[in-house]
Design a protein around this ligand. Structure first.
Ligand code: SAH
Ligand code: SF4
Ligand code: F3S
Length: 450
């Protein structure tokens, strides 16, 4: 073991990157790397990047520019040289191009090669020769980033169970940056979950780009993990409507540990646009699916993703999206302006939509989604919800936790309740959070699945 070195990882994009960043830190810790909160004075900086929209990618280059300045300043003052690494989806998508645009970058490492990080760093230190590692070999990745020794970091945790995508929505880079769909072995996942539970983790969120395409069935995996003592809450994200099978819907009715929240992106309410997106569902089939899910679990909170201004989207298509949103009634949702991604089929489609039109549609959609989210939160006032307290809140004496519906809930409560699931009577609601008081008697009955 060498002298401690400071490691700063900056994470962009989705939860899978959050998970991967933690695993990178794990793989580097035997080499003496200790986490730092800022790039200032760090020996190694890793940017774990996202390629999903143009803005996400551009952020990476502006950050790299700042890091280069920081490094040059430090070298001028006689300090040690900071190593700069780019990981994640931009690394996978752009590879060598990154080093051409920003020569200060020492190494580029794609999402399936994080187990090679120690070697890549050593090589770049020695020779600055072989800098690129962006091959797909997912099994290696998770074998090497072993679950054993993973240090829990709080009472909730992400757990990647599936990675990659075979859906090829015409707007999306993920099938190219994360490779084909593959699933981790259930026994390894269970071992990792047991290890987390033994460290006090009460809630896991199973991650995958298409998590419900998990081989062998996500429902079976959920049931298996639900049996682990101490693991009281299970969530999963992100799901594709096509893979929402009967067994998984049934699990929402039968498994109390499975939380009543479902992120099930529809993207658009127009069949013409859905077809052009290659989404494999129609507005109607999506609504029927939601109906089935609500029949199994009436109180389930539905969330989703939307894209406005996809090529060829006319006013009437956008109106169809608003109509679908009204029909579904979301608890939460994310909406994006279509961003043209190099190499994706949609980027070459005719009928690209003007920026002002996208802006206007996004504002209208957001106003509607906002209204729905506020109404969903407001509907909790007066109910008593089981809240898993996660950490101290902003005000002294306050804790923050989550309701089953993934709402942030704050309440005055002692620190010893962190990691406990406690009944909280909800007294006020805002767009993003709820406030309440401890106690409040019995839990709302409909929270107990049949
Ligand atoms: N696997 C998930 C999410 C992938 S990315 C799924 O199937 O839904 C998260 C969200 O980013 C997508 O749901 C989509 O709404 C949005 N997105 C993806 N590519 C985009 C693009 N080119 N422009 C704008 N939004 C995009
Ligand atoms: Fe992208 Fe579609 Fe795959 Fe989701 S399902 S990751 S949106 S290609
Ligand atoms: Fe972004 Fe890659 Fe996740 S493109 S959204 S970090 S899978």
């Amino acid at each position: 073991m060498s002298a401690p070195k400071r490691l700063f990882i900056k994470t962009y994009g989705c939860q899978m990157n959050v998970y991967d960043s933690e695993r990178m830190a794990d793989v580097l810790s035997p080499l003496g790397y200790v986490a730092a909160d800022t790039p200032d004075g760090a020996d190694l900086v890793v940017l774990n990047t996202c390629h999903i929209r143009e803005k996400a990618t551009e952020k990476v280059y502006s950050e790299l520019g700042k890091l280069k300045e920081m490094r040059d300043e430090r070298l001028a003052e006689g300090g040690a040289r900071m190593t700069i690494a780019v990981a994640g989806c931009v690394a996978q998508a752009e590879g060598e191009e990154i080093m051409r645009r920003q020569p200060a970058v020492d190494l580029v490492v794609g999402p399936q090669a994080y187990h090679q990080l120690p070697e890549l760093i050593a090589r770049s230190h020695r020779a600055r020769g072989e800098r690129l590692s962006a091959d797909f070999a997912p099994e290696d990745k998770f074998d090497a980033l072993a679950p054993a020794g993973r240090k829990a970091n709080g009472v909730t945790a992400f757990l990647t169970v599936q990675e990659g995508c075979d859906k090829f929505c015409t707007f999306c880079v993920v099938p190219y940056t994360r490779g084909p769909e593959w699933s981790r072995d259930p026994a390894t996942i269970e071992a990792e979950a047991r290890d987390l539970a033994a460290q006090g983790v009460r809630e896991v969120t199973l991650l995958g780009q298409n998590v419900n395409a998990y081989a062998g069935g996500l429902a079976a995996l959920v049931r298996r993990l639900a049996a682990i003592p101490g693991l009281d809450r299970i969530r999963y994200t992100t799901s594709h409507p096509r893979d929402m099978d009967e067994d998984l819907i049934a699990a929402h009715a039968e498994v109390p540990e499975l939380m009543p929240y479902l992120h099930l992106p529809v993207q658009s309410g127009s069949d013409k646009i859905l077809k052009a997106m290659n989404r494999s569902h129609t507005a109607d089939s999506y609504l029927k699916l939601i109906e089935k899910i609500r029949a199994a679990r009436p109180d389930i909170a539905i969330s989703g993703d939307f894209i406005v201004g996809f090529p060829g989207e006319r006013d009437s298509d956008f109106e169809a999206t608003l109509a679908l949103v009204r029909e579904v009634n979301h608890a939460a949702a994310f909406s994006f302006k279509y961003s043209r991604r190099p190499g994706t089929p949609a980027s070459a489609m005719p009928g690209q939509v003007a920026e002002e039109v996208k802006d206007e549609r996004l504002a209208r959609l957001n106003a509607l989604l906002d209204e729905q989210a506020r109404a969903f939160n407001a509907a909790q006032v007066g109910r008593t919800l089981p809240v898993l307290f996660e950490r101290p809140g902003r005000h002294p004496g306050q804790l923050i936790g989550r309701s089953p519906y993934l709402q942030a809930v704050h309440a005055t409560a002692p620190d010893r309740l962190i990691g406990q699931i406690v009944p909280v009577k909800i007294e006020n609601a805002a767009r993003m959070s709820l406030g309440g008081t401890l106690g409040g008697g019995v839990l709302a009955e409909e929270l107990q699945p049949a």
